[in-house]
Ligand binder design. Sequence first.
Ligand code: GLA
Length: 729
Amino acid sequence: MNIIYDESSRVFRLDTKNSSYIIAVVDKEGFLCHVHYGAPVSDTEMSIFTRQKEYPFIPGDYNRERAAFHDGFQFEFAGNGVGDFRESAVAVLDEDGGTAAEFFYRSHRIFRGKPKLPGLPASFADEQDCMTLEITTHDPVLGLDAKLLYTVFEDSDVITRSVVVENNSTRPIRLTKIMSMCMDMDDAGYDLLTLHGSWGRERHIERQKLRHGKQSVGSTRGRSSHQEHPFIALLSPNASQTTGEVYAFNFVYSGCFLAQVEKDQFDFLRVLMGINPQDFAWLLQPGESFTAPEAVMVYSAEGLDKMTHTFHDFYRNHLIRSPYRDKKRPILINNWEATYFDFDDDKLVDIARTAKQAGIEMLVMDDGWFGCRNDDNSSLGDWWVNENKLKGGIGSLVRRVNELGMKFGIWFEPEMVSMDSELCRAHPDWVIRLPGREPCLSRNQYVLDLSRRDVIDYVYESVAGILRSANIEYVKWDMNRHLCDLGSAFLEKERKGELLHRCVLGVYELQERLLEEFPDLLLENCSSGGGRYDPGMLYYSPQIWCSDNTEAIDRLAIQEGTALIYPLSTMGAHVSDCPNHAVGRTTPFETRGHVALAGTFGYELDITRISQEDRDMIPGQVALYHKHNDLVRSGDYYRVASYNDNRLYDFYGVVAKDRSEALFTYVQVIHRINMRSLRLRIPGLDADRKYRLEETGEVFYGNTLMNMGYPVTEISGDFRSRLLHFVAE
Ligand code: GLA
C-alpha cells in the first residue's frame, strides 16, 4: 500500500519511491493540515507537527484565538475570508454576494487506479500501478463539497493532485477561484526557479531567492504562453544539477494559470497552482460540479537532474498517449521558412523530390494552402483548398508526394478566424468580442468562440473533412494569438466568466475527437512557436513545435529550459537556413544539425535552393538521426554546462537507461583564444564499465569520465559543435 490512513492519529501518508506526503485531520472541526512533503518518513503520529498547540494558537475547543489559528495553520486546502489572510485556494460568489469559503474533512476513500478528469488531459496508469486518495471536504454554510484527489504512482516519484467542487446545496453559486493544488510548508531558504520568455525566446531558466510576500508566474492570455510557464520549483539554497532538494510543480493545462509561492510572517510557504482566477467565474447550479485540472508534484533529493528524469519518465509513461510516443518520428521538411505563403503544388513537389533524395521522409505543407490566403491578412476559417495554388486539389498533391515515397503533413490554425474570411462574414457572432467594443486584432485575426457547440462542430468538420480527403499522416495544429475582449454572444451573462476555460476545453475536445477518428495521425501542437508547450497539449500530441526561433545558438537556451521538464522526444526542432530568418545569425550547417538532433529533428528550408555543400551534408545528418534517435527519445537527459551561465559553451547529453551508450553534444558558442581543453563531466555512466569514444577510439572507465570528465579541445571559430558518442565495451 502506498497510501495509508492511520485511524488513531487521523493521518494520511502517501509514499512514492523516495518521498512521503502527509496530511492530518485536526480537531473536532476536521481542519486539514499539511504536515510534510519531502524525503520519506515512517511515523504517522503527527500531532506535534501540526503545531496547533503552539503559541499563539491557544489550545482548547472553546477559547481558541481563531484568527491567529487560521493565519498560521498549515492548510491543505486554504479557505477564503475567514481569518487566513494568505492567498486562498478557493473562493466563491454566493447568492448573497458573499465570498467566504471554508472546507472541513468529511470522509475519504483510498482505491487503486485513478479516475479520469472529464474533458481534461491528465496522467494515467494501469490500476495496479497507482493509487488514489480522495478526501471529501465540506463547507457546511455553502453546501459545497470539495473532493481533493491525490494519486501516487508506484513507479515514479510523482504525486498528482486535482480538486472536484460539487454544489450540493439548493442554490446556485459561482466559483471564482479554484486552485488545483495548495501546499503549506516550512521555508528552508529556498530559491525559486521559473521559466520565462517571449515569442522566439521561450522557457529560459531563471533562479532567484525567495523573499517574503507573494511571488508568482501566470498567464492571462488564454494560452499557457511564451511569457511565463506553468511550472515552479523550490530549490534548497545549494541545490545543483546533482545535489540538493527540489520541489517541482507543473500544471497539466493549456490556458490561463497561476503558480504562486507566498512566504509569510512565520517563514511558512504557501504554494498554489491552478487556473488563473483573473476573469474566471464558473456557475455551479445545484447538483453541478467543476473539475480543476491536474497539478503534478515531483520531489527530488538529488538536485535538478533527478527532477528532470522523473518528469521525463512520468510524461513518457503516464501522459503521452500517441502511438508515436515510443517510435522514431518521420524526418520532416516544412515549407514555412522555405516559401512562406509563396508556393504552389509544383514547388512543393520539387521540395519533396529533392528532400527524398537526401533521405527526408515527410513533406509538411504549412500556412497558405486554403481560401485566398497569400499573406496573413485573410482566410483563416475558410478551410477549403486554394486550387490556384494547388492545382488538382489536395488529393492530387498528396498523391504526387506519396508517389515520391514521401509522407504528407498539413498545417491548420483551427481556433482562429481572419477578419477577411467567408466564415467571419457569415458568422460574425462566432468571434470572441465584447458588445460595443472594437475587438483587438492580432495578426489580423480573431479567436473563435469555442464555448459554442456549433463552432466546435464547424471547426471539427473543417479539419476532419480535409483529413478524410487524402492520405494525410501529420497535422501541425497552430494557435497564433492571445485571447482578449472576452465576450461571447452565446454564453448567458452568469456564465461569461467561463469563456476562457471553455475555450481550452473546446480545444481539448477537438483534439480528442480528431485522435479518435484518426488514431494513427501524428499531431504536432504549435502556438506561434512554443506558446502552448505544456503537459496539457502533450496528452494529445507527442511533439510540440518548440519555438519559431530556429537559430541553433538561440535554441540552446530554449531547448535547455524546455528539456528541464519535457522529454526530448517532444521538442520540435528543425535545421533552418542562414542567415537565420529570425535573428540573422550565420552558423555552420553541422552545428544546426547537432542542435536539432536533441529534438524531433527535421528541416525548415528550401532544400532546392541551399548551397550544394549544405545539401550534401543532409544524408549524413539523416544517418545520425537514425543512429541516435532511439537513445535521444528514451534515455536520461543531462545538462552539464550552459552557455546561458558561462557565456562560452553548452554541454548536454543523453545516457541510455541501461548505460550502454551516451551521446553528448558540445557547442562552442564563442571561441576564446588560448584556452586549454575543458574537462567536461559525462554523468550517468556505469563507474566500472569501460566506454569507447566512437569518434577517437579512446577508452576510459565510466568513473574517469564521470569524475574527471573528458577533455574537449577548442575548435577554431564560433558556433562550432561536436558530438561525443560513448559506447560501453
Ligand atoms: C506560426 C508557427 C510557424 C508557422 C506560422 C504560419 O508562427 O509557429 O511555424 O506555421 O505560424 O503562419
